[in-house]
Design a protein around this ligand. Structure first.
Ligand code: N01
Length: 576
């Protein structure tokens, strides 16, 4: 349905899903299994969501591919072959396309179409969904599969229009690629997108100038090709790996040390950190159990990582500038290939814009502190309006004409990150208040989709016309999300987790940091109690036990190796 001149739709569906990334694809699959009539609207001309848009040089997943993939189909696990430990964006996009074809999903997806408004009709408990292509369809359920990091943040620098070269945002990269050969390139930002793209841009560019506001913590990926033998071995134990991942605080499995850092001697710590550094990637944060809870413990890993930067970067002044001073892993940890090494190249320059921000653009470059840096092209690796940015782009009007933007003015409020009071039958996949970005995204998506599919299946079973969270339960959950966040050092820095990367946004810790299995257990309890905390309207038998068609696989016991009852009681759940 990607044709340019298609007529506008006016149909009625059981469910409309907004977005055809991993969340939208899997939601559609489950809705079809239930026999629901569904429509998916997607702004891009293909599936894949974040992996469709982020085509800057060098994007990869930072959770190992064997786990950064759907787990709902054993056949899919067995038939797909990942080529690398952390597969590159084209391969992840190919996987998304494979899923769409294998499960025959394309027929219900309308591409090149952006939803602009969705309005609740209180008389028949349906949503009216309107698109930029003139579609006006109604549906019992409106399901937001809009992604957590998909609304680009484009800081407005002075005189940007004076710049005569192109300005590319990493999150909306041209599909036919960009060739920087022979060009002087400026990169603004040093988050994950920059850390992945800088080493590759440096290979092409004549000159590369990186404008750094906050130095970033990054750990080597040690990416490698997956041999046929290692794939075969992994696939022989795939179900066990998937089960272990579900029991982990992050929703993906890796060896983890629960001991506190300060109980080890300095030598033991050095050894432990070195071993974990050589393993690389996000599991480096699992070197000890308290690194994100105890500042003194965190200081030890931070010092180790600063020494690593100094050992890699030859120029001491540049090395010092690249050393972060904030809590290690407070912002999302980066995983790199040759990031720090790139600053040893003679044509790569680092400009500190922490105290002296970018002043303005000029025709040929960027001015900082009165110095003109001449560039032919600019890469804005400035991130996203995280978690809620994609909601802001759609006018969502609920009961009584209140918009979601009004309700969320002081920060997002949602029960379990799944639904928000005043917006019946509107669901969010990995919405604010759920583990989402703090878990492996695809597992987080699958758990939400399975829960939602069982929920709408139950509503059909009992004849309910709407479901909506109760305000008291939503308030209690939002308070709990906030309380839990305060025990983690992650709540202390100005990251996109708290909306602090964009001036004027309310500062609220948005994802649920209490650990994936703890959260899943809460979702299971809500379902087992016939939707405690929600009001189901029109149900003929309110207390009928819900049928678990899909959520059975999430009923896993907490893994007490890593989440002991004491740790949960103390709200100290490591590495989330
Ligand atoms: O964005 P970011 P990202 N002047 O917000 C700087 C996921 N992801 O696209 O830190 C100058 O992290 C800003 O500076 P500061 C992953 O979850 C994953 O890189 O705010 N600089 C920062 O350095 C990640 O966390 C992968 O002081 C300005 C940078 O721009 C998330 O997406 C790959 C500025 C933005 O960093 C977002 O990553 C890519 C200004 N006015 C993304 N405004 C994987 O590896 C902003 N900055 C899987």
């Amino acid at each position: 349905m990607g044709e340019a001149m298609r007529p506008a739709e006016n149909g009625t569906f059981d469910a409309v899903v907004i977005g055809a990334g991993f969340a939208g694809l899997y939601m559609l699959h489950r809705l079809r299994e239930l026999g629901f009539r569904a429509r998916v609207y997607e702004a891009g001309d293909g599936v894949g969501g974040t992996w469709y848009w982020n085509r800057y040089p060098g994007p990869r997943c930072d959770v190992e591919s064997l786990q950064y993939s759907f787990s709902f189909s054993e056949e899919l696990d067995q038939e797909w072959n990942w080529s690398e430990k952390y597969s590159p964006q084209p391969e992840i996009l190919a996987y998304a396309n494979h899923v769409a074809d294998r499960f025959d999903l394309r027929g219900e997806i309308v591409f090149n179409t952006r939803v602009i408004a969705t309005t609740f009709n209180e008389y028949d408990d349906t949503w009216l969904i309107e698109t930029d292509r003139g579609d006006k369809v109604s549906a019992r359920f409106c399901i937001m599969a809009v992604g957590c990091l998909s609304a680009p943040n484009r800081p407005a620098f002075e005189k940007m229009n004076d710049f005569r070269g192109p300005i590319y945002h990493t999150g909306e990269w041209p599909h036919d690629g960009v060739d920087f050969t022979g060009l002087r390139v400026g990169v603004i930002g040093t988050g994950s997108s920059a850390v992945q793209s800088i080493p590759i841009i440096a290979q092409q560019a004549l000159q590369l100038t990186v404008f750094q506001r906050t130095a970033t913590w990054s750990v080597p990926a040690w990416n490698e090709r997956l041999s046929a033998e290692s794939l075969k071995e992994a696939k022989a134990h795939y179900p066990e790996l998937r089960a272990k991942a579900r029991a982990r605080p992050t929703g993906f499995y890796f060896p983890f040390n629960t001991e506190p850092a300060l109980q080890a001697s300095a030598d033991e710590r050095a050894q432990q950190y070195e071993t974990a550094w050589q393993r690389g990637g996000l599991p480096f944060l699992g070197s000890y159990g308290d690194l994100l809870f105890d500042k003194s413990a965190n200081d030890t890993i931070a010092e180790f990582a600063r020494q690593k930067i100094h050992s890699i970067v030859k120029d001491p002044t540049t090395a010092e500038l690249l050393c972060p001073r904030n809590v290690f892993g407070c912002k999302r940890l980066c995983v790199d290939t040759n990031y720090f090494e790139t600053y040893n190249l003679p044509h790569v320059k680092l400009v500190d814009v922490s105290d002296t921000p970018i002043e303005r653009f000029i025709r040929d470059g960027i001015v900082v502190g009165g110095t003109e840096y001449i560039v032919d092209a600019v890469v804005s690796a400035t991130g996203f309006a995280a978690m809620t940015g994609s909601y802001d782009k759609i006018k969502i009007t609920g009961r009584g004409g209140r918009t979601l933007a009004e309700k969320w003015r002081a920060g997002p409020r949602a029960y379990l990150g799944l639904a928000s009071e005043g917006f019946p039958n509107l669901f969010m996949i990995t919405g604010p208040g759920s583990p989402s970005v703090l878990a492996s995204m695809i597992q987080a998506i699958e758990q939400h989709v399975d829960w939602l599919a069982d929920c709408v299946g139950h509503m059909r079973d009992v004849g309910a016309s709407s479901i909506e969270p109760m305000l008291a339960d939503e308030d209690a959950w939002v308070a709990h999300v906030n309380d839990v966040s305060t025990v983690s050092l992650r709540s202390t820095c100005s990251s996109w987790y708290v909306g602090a990367n964009i001036p004027g946004r309310p500062r609220v810790f948005m994802p649920y940091i209490g650990g994936f299995p703890v959260y899943v257990q809460k979702c299971n309890e809500v379902m087992n109690s016939a939707y405690n905390g929600f009001v189901l309207k029109g149900a003929c038998s309110i207390n009928a036990p819900p049928r678990m068609r899909f959520t059975e696989r999430w009923q896993v016991p907490l893994d007490i190796e890593v989440i002991s009852p004491a740790a949960v009681a103390a709200k100290r759940v490591p590495v989330v």
